[in-house]
Write a protein that binds this ligand. Structure first.
Ligand SMILES: C=C(O[C@H]1C=CC=C(C(=O)O)[C@@H]1O)C(=O)O
Ligand SMILES: [Mg+2]
Length: 463
């Protein structure tokens, strides 16, 4: 990996072309410059005019935004994706030429992508754009971190590249992406909203509970789908703005590919890594928010001491603790959960901290942690095959790791829940819940109903 400082994009590209000539191979180039602060959703909207696939990422406290346009590198894999991806990225990074302004020293090329919930799932039409694991290094990446903005341009340069022409094209795209965008403040108007067979779903929950009570497993998460049709194509910028504004304490993400977008506002962190310091979270167990402060406090208090929800939660804590064994030291997990409040509901939450061992990367951890019993069950294998055989929907990327990592394998993955797949004027939303001994299908049904709310509101559905 070479890090240099050069004056202009063209200078940097020329340096890269010389390298490509010497090595007789294309050079992977990443150039970062500080820029004036821009609105991330405007940048996302402007990206539409470049006719490229886009990604959007923001963290729960909104101290970080990434907006990516285009694909300088795209990587797809169906089996053993975590390890192959790690290997592939190491090779690419070893050869990379990273041009950073001093103030942008931590910025550089990043891979953004996701894994499927179940690599063995047979997907049909619905998930065809997100089939298997898919990662990309955006051609243009906007970073806004603690109020400072940077633009990173990633591309390959070969010995034959016309550097002047490429530099001019990059400059034109750059101007377009950074110019002000006027955004209509309009809602998407819902024509039709269809819950996929709620009665069959409740029966499945009852059947799952019976299987659990018969000793097949301790916990199994069962999800369902809500289909929506709109009057016109969904305005994605509007959806992002709504989620960013309303869904505090949640990651906001959007992955676009060939006109299909996977969007969500998830509260659930799978793993965050910086300089081998690791954060993870156990999030399971749910109750609604109260209408008054007093009611809210009472519901929260009941949730904290509710046996059924505590049981759902504890399986996640135990699994994550076990999975980190051998990967990390100094694992710290509090004995009891606290409340994690969201706009429409509240969860039981236990934070996890640890130090990763030297050779372990964020991808090794994501592979080991996914799927936690917050999305699958306990024991994992049994729950997974039960879901594969019985669930009435295709999960695709729902409930799976989604996020990014950089050239030092620092990065973050969230669990893609409170999410939906949007294409033109249609959307499919997904929500699940943890079934344990004594689960009541009606109560679980109501729980999934509130879990649809964040995306339903953002898409312009019920208030
Ligand atoms: C499976 C989902 O939520 C999980 C995360 C938090 C709480 C959960 C619960 O209480 O059942 C679920 O395990 C979903 O939102 O689709
Ligand atoms: Mg639950």
């Amino acid at each position: 990996m070479i890090k240099t400082k050069d004056n202009t994009i063209e200078d940097s590209l020329n340096t890269a072309r010389e390298r490509a000539k010497t090595n007789n191979a294309s050079a992977f180039v990443s150039i970062t410059e500080p820029i004036d602060k821009v609105n991330p959703v405007h940048f996302f909207q402007a990206g539409k005019w470049l006719d490229k696939s886009r990604i959007f990422w923001s963290v729960p406290d909104r101290s970080l935004y990434y907006v990516g346009i285009g694909e300088a590198v795209s990587y797809q894999e169906s089996i053993n994706a975590y390890q192959k991806l790690k290997h592939h990225w190491k090779q690419l990074i070893e050869q990379a030429m990273i041009f950073n302004d001093d103030s942008a020293i931590t910025v550089g090329p990043k891979m953004f992508g996701g894994f499927p919930f179940d690599t063995n799932e047979q997907t049909s039409d619905l998930w065809k754009q997100f089939n298997g694991s898919e990662f990309r290094v955006p051609t243009y990446l906007l970073t806004i971190e603690n109020g400072e903005a940077f633009l990173t341009i990633n591309l390959f340069i070969s010995a034959q590249s016309d550097v002047r022409e490429i530099a001019q094209k990059l400059q034109r795209d750059r101007e377009l992406l950074l110019s002000p965008v006027s955004m209509q403040k309009r809602t998407n108007s819902v024509l039709l909203s269809h819950e996929v067979d709620p009665e069959a779903w409740k029966e499945l929950v009852a059947q799952t509970r019976t299987a659990i009570e018969d000793g097949y497993a301790e916990k199994i998460v069962i999800a369902r789908e809500l289909q929506i049709e709109f009057e016109t194509s969904v305005e994605l910028g509007y959806v992002l703005n709504h989620l960013l504004e309303v869904q505090n304490n949640s990651y906001v993400f959007l992955w676009e590919k060939n006109g299909t977008s996977f969007i969500g506002a998830t509260p659930e962190r799978l793993v965050w890594v910086k300089n081998q310091q690791l954060l993870s979270a156990c999030l399971a167990g749910t109750a609604p928010r109260g209408r008054t402060t007093e009611e809210d406090r009472k519901i929260g208090e009941e949730l904290l001491y509710d046996d059924k929800n505590r049981e759902e939660h504890q399986y996640v804590v135990d699994m994550i603790k076990g999975a980190l064994n051998g990967l990390a030291d100094d694992v710290e997990i509090p004995q009891t959960p606290v409340l994690y409040p969201l706009k429409n509901l509240q969860h039981l939450y236990t934070p996890v901290e640890a130090m990763l061992r030297e050779t372990i990367t964020i991808l090794d951890v994501a592979e080991k942690l996914h799927p936690t019993p917050a999305l699958c069950g306990q024991p994992t294998e049994r729950a997974m095959s039960f879901i594969r055989e019985n669930e009435l929907l295709e999960r695709g990327w729902y409930g799976a790791p989604i996020g990014w990592f950089d050239h030092h394998f620092n990065g973050e993955f969230a669990v893609a829940i409170r999410s939906g797949l949007v294409k033109d004027n249609k959307a499919s939303l997904f929500a699940g819940c943890g079934v344990v001994r004594g689960s009541d299908p009606e109560v679980e049904y109501e729980e999934t109903k509130i879990k649809f709310q964040p995306m339903l509101h953002a898409l312009g559905g019920s208030k």
